[in-house]
Design a protein around this ligand. Structure first.
Ligand code: G4P
Length: 534
């Protein structure tokens, strides 16, 4: 198969949801229906062990588990589907956000009783910034939930784009009777149970109106009415608008009952985009020039979007997760890290076949491959088979939680600095050095990041630290149009300034009003909620 055909049949997407909306259940069903796993329950069992306890050994284990489960590849209808997990709960971290930079689309799962919840909202923001196409799955229709029209209204408001129903529920909770598929104009009849395969559900064409009315009565009638209202109020499905992140197709169902899930899997193949081109910079006559790298280009290129340290602290090796942007990977090929110009010498290269890790035979644009190395690779690095280019756009997100680092034994300062520098490179945590001196600040978006870093500083660098709460609740990276404006600003807020690991100036705030006030006072200063990898 040609490169173009190989990339065209790939779909790389992330599931985004709030904890408990049903992401694990849905992931499992997708794997089950594509034949990637045989028995339901395995993904679920791992999730249970992940949240069972939180002692240090568990953190070590979790790091292992999250490597294995964070990328899952499956084959469905001749398509290669790469599903990337966005960790939720306590292990929500910057990695969660960055995963979204490695995908071409996202599947948003919402609980029909709760609508769009806080964590989903944060992830949507990242998708919106990148115009990532979003498919929506409204789950748990077998429960007493909200009216579908009400849910669509909320999704529209939260996403800032119209919803286009692709399926429509008939009833809900105890009287959930099924879904109408608007494309095939047939109703699939609901039956509870997790054993049933998609083809086992009964399907009745809408043309058999009398039969449907007789069997489902008032539920069916009111579903038709609501569906008419919804389709009348929303635009028709427009593929270009979906791909541009300007409308979202919506599906209803019940993951735990295997119901309405196949429609989503089919939509991933039929609607979700194949690997897209990626922006990079190349040097032309020593000047950086923007260049779009096309997935079907023959030369290998990829970007490191996640770095995970080995579970075993005595091995200082790391797995660099690379999203391939172009070309073909074959074992033994010579690759270079663009930042250093050095050859990448991995001890192993793996692909992620639904929970198992296997040596890669070949991989194409859109695939995620993991390089185990002893260092020399950082988050945001571009890997190529020779060409000089640097992908842009790997973002660092402004932390929302801060802790001050106090070293228990001051003689270990060097080890602490080394540890923080390396953990910072890995993206495990962000490190800020206050301009006025004093203790270092750690910034994170998820609480678990602190626990892992504290644990790893001790285990891997022999630096025992205490973390103390800090008054800060946010940070913004600062730029200004002129040095004079910047000076006026830094003179006004000397106590609030810090430099991060990339030596970029940041303003630390104690509330959202802080930023607003500072912005009003200095309208020409730019406050950035994210910083792109240089
Ligand atoms: P998450 O990964 O998004 O956190 O959610 P997960 O799939 O673990 O689902 C959260 C809970 O919601 C689970 O119940 C799961 O069984 C249930 N669930 C998922 N899909 C549906 C659905 O379509 N209908 C109903 N009624 N429930 C659903 P739990 O009690 O936490 O676990 P379990 O003991 O039932 O497995």
């Amino acid at each position: 198969m040609s490169y173009a055909n190989e990339t065209r049949r790939r779909r790389t997407f992330a599931i985004i949801s709030h904890p408990d909306a049903g992401k694990t259940t849905l992931t499992e069903k997708l794997l089950l229906f594509s034949g990637a796993i045989q028995i339901a329950g395995s993904v679920k069992a791992r999730k249970a062990s992940r949240h069972a306890t939180s002692d240090w050994m568990e953190i070590e284990k979790q790091r292992g588990i999250s490597v294995a489960s964070s990328v899952m590849q499956m084959l469905y209808r001749e398509h290669v589907i790469n599903l990337l997990d966005t960790p939720g709960h306590k292990d929500f971290s910057e990695d969660t956000y960055r995963v979204l930079t490695a995908v071409d689309s996202a599947l948003m799962v919402i609980d029909a009783a709760n609508g769009v919840e806080a964590q989903t909202r944060r992830l949507i923001e990242v998708c919106r910034q990148r115009d990532t196409p979003i498919l929506t799955f409204v789950n748990k229709m077998d429960r007493e939930v909200r009216e579908p029209l009400d849910i669509l209204d909320e999704v529209e408001r939260e996403l800032g784009m119209p919803c286009v129903p692709m399926t429509w529920p008939v009833g809900q909770g105890k009287s959930f009777a099924g879904i109408i598929n608007l494309r095939t104009q047939a109703m699939t009849v609901f039956e509870a149970g997790s054993e049933r395969l998609p083809q086992d559900f009964e399907s009745i064409p809408l043309s058999e109106h009398e039969t449907l009315l007789k069997r489902f009565g008032a539920e069916y009638e009111s579903a038709l009415e609501a569906m008419e209202l919804a389709t009348g109020a929303s635009p028709a499905y427009d593929h270009a608008a979906f791909l541009a992140g300007k409308q979202t197709p919506v599906f209803f169902g019940s993951g735990v009952n295997n119901f309405g899930v196949m429609e989503v899997l089919d939509a991933l193949v039929d609607l979700a985009p194949p690997p897209q081109s990626r922006k990079s910079t190349v040097l032309v006559n020593r000047q950086p020039v923007e260049k779009e790298i096309q997935p079907e280009d023959g030369a290998f290129s990829g970007v490191v979007f996640k770095v995970q340290a080995n579970m075993d602290p005595s091995h200082r090796d790391r797995i660099a997760f690379v999203r391939m942007a172009s070309g073909k990977y074959t074992p033994g090929m010579k690759l270079r890290v663009q930042r250093t110009g050095k050859e990448l010498r991995p001890t192993s290269v793996v692909t992620f076949l639904s929970q198992r890790r296997e040596a890669v035979d070949e991989a194409y644009a859109g695939d995620i491959i993991g390089f185990t190395t002893h260092g020399g690779v950082q988050l945001g690095d571009t890997i190529t088979d020779g060409a000089s280019l640097q992908f842009t756009g790997l973002p660092f997100f402004a932390p929302e939680l801060f802790m001050t680092v106090i070293l228990k034994n001051p003689l270990r300062t060097k080890q602490l600095q080394q540890g923080l520098a390396q953990l910072g490179e890995e993206g495990a945590i962000q490190v800020f050095k206050p301009d006025m001196g004093g203790a270092m600040l750690l910034g994170a978006v998820g609480q678990l990041q602190f626990e892992v870093v504290q644990h790893r500083l001790k285990a891997e660098y022999d630096a025992d630290v205490r973390l103390e709460s800090s008054q800060y609740t946010g940070a913004r990276w600062i730029t200004a149009d002129t040095p004079a404006e910047l000076k006026a600003f830094t003179d006004a807020y000397p106590m609030r300034l810090a430099h991060d690991a990339a030596d970029t100036l940041a303003y630390l705030c104690t509330s959202p009003y802080d930023v607003r006030l500072a912005q009003e006072r200095f309208p020409k200063i730019h406050f950035h909620p994210l910083r792109e990898h240089a």
